[in-house]
Design a protein around this ligand. Structure first.
Ligand code: PMP
Length: 305
């Protein structure tokens, strides 16, 4: 990843990709206190457009506030940095990664005399779970790792250190031959995937866990809106693991995962064992929207040019 042509926006300037370096004593590298975003740009008829950019930037600022990090930029400046990162790298579509972190100005947990730095990188990135899995669906395993308790990690923050838990869960699932992990909250209810929100469908009704241990996904919000506009009933509530075993359909949502069907949990086949009809409908509505082919929600697409 480091050895690429292109530009990275770093503290207000576009620097050559290979020169976007930090010192080994970078504070966030040691303690994990940083915040980041994952955003996608899609190729539309009107050129590359970024999906729900202001909402992602707002979440970045919310995450920083939760962690007590001050960001010396405005949300508008970060929005412009994201647009520049896509434009200057000549991308038609791709993934955008803003990250705010503490520098190498000092060490120690007091975090005295530290500066907050911000980078925005953007690169070309296809389907996170593989193109064929967008239709076939993925195999998921309930994780032995519990998702964060709300007073241990601040779950509204998309913070770097939280992803230790995500990575351990995903690595365990992959080592056991599965594609993704389903994490339960400290009380045993379904929380989310390692980097995705979770939905299930039973008797035509769409259900998703409340936001306690799960991240407030921007895609989750878009899917709930689209589903309700399409006439589906959507309920946010506590969901148990065995409800997932007996649901008709299930899927994950996220910037990287988009809308990924789930065909199996813990060796139990979900529904017909492939992408179900409601998942197919929701997925196609989602792609029509992000690719600028839908008549609604043009406000969710920010052109890059
Ligand atoms: N949960 C976690 C833990 C995530 O990392 C992500 C990806 N940001 C999501 C859910 C989905 O959020 P979004 O739709 O905003 O990408």
């Amino acid at each position: 990843m480091a050895d690429l042509d292109g530009w990275i926006w770093m503290d207000g300037e576009l620097v050559p990709w290979r020169d976007a370096q930090v010192h080994v004593l970078t504070h966030t590298l040691h303690y994990g206190m940083g915040v980041f975003e994952g955003i996608r740009a899609y190729n539309t008829d009107r050129g590359p457009a970024i999906f729900r950019l202001p909402e992602h930037v707002r979440r970045l600022f919310d995450s920083a506030k939760i962690l007590g990090m001050s960001l010396p930029w405005s949300q508008d400046e970060v929005i412009e940095a994201c647009r520049a990162a896509v434009r200057e790298n000549g991308l038609e579509s791709g993934y955008i990664r803003p990250m705010a972190f503490y520098g190498a100005e000092s060490m120690g947990l007091r975090a005295d005399n530290l500066q907050t730095h911000l980078i925005v990188a953007a690169w070309s990135w296809g389907s996170y779970m593989g193109e064929e899995n967008m239709e076939r669906g993925i195999r998921v395993r309930t994780s032995s790792f519990t998702r964060h308790h709300v007073n241990i990690a601040m779950c509204r923050a998309k913070a770097n250190g939280q992803y230790i838990n995500s990575m351990m869960a995903l690595q365990e699932a992959v080592a056991c031959g599965y594609d993704e992990a389903l994490l339960l909250d400290p009380e045993g209810f379904v929380a989310e995937g390692s980097g995705e929100n979770f939905f299930l469908i039973r008797d035509g009704v769409i259900h998703t866990p409340e936001l306690h241990s799960a991240l407030a996904g921007v895609t989750r919000d878009a899917i709930m809106t689209l589903a309700r506009e399409a006439g589906y009933e959507v309920r946010e509530r506590r969901i148990t693991r065995d409800e997932v075993y007996v649901c008709d359909e299930a899927f994950f949502t996220g910037t990287a995962a988009e809308v990924t069907p789930i065909r199996e949990l813990d060796g139990r086949v979900i529904g017909e064992g492939r992408r179900g009809p409601i998942t197919t409908d929701i997925q196609s509505r989602f792609f029509a929207l992000v690719e600028g082919r839908a008549d609604a929600h043009h406000e969710w697409l920010t052109p890059v040019a």
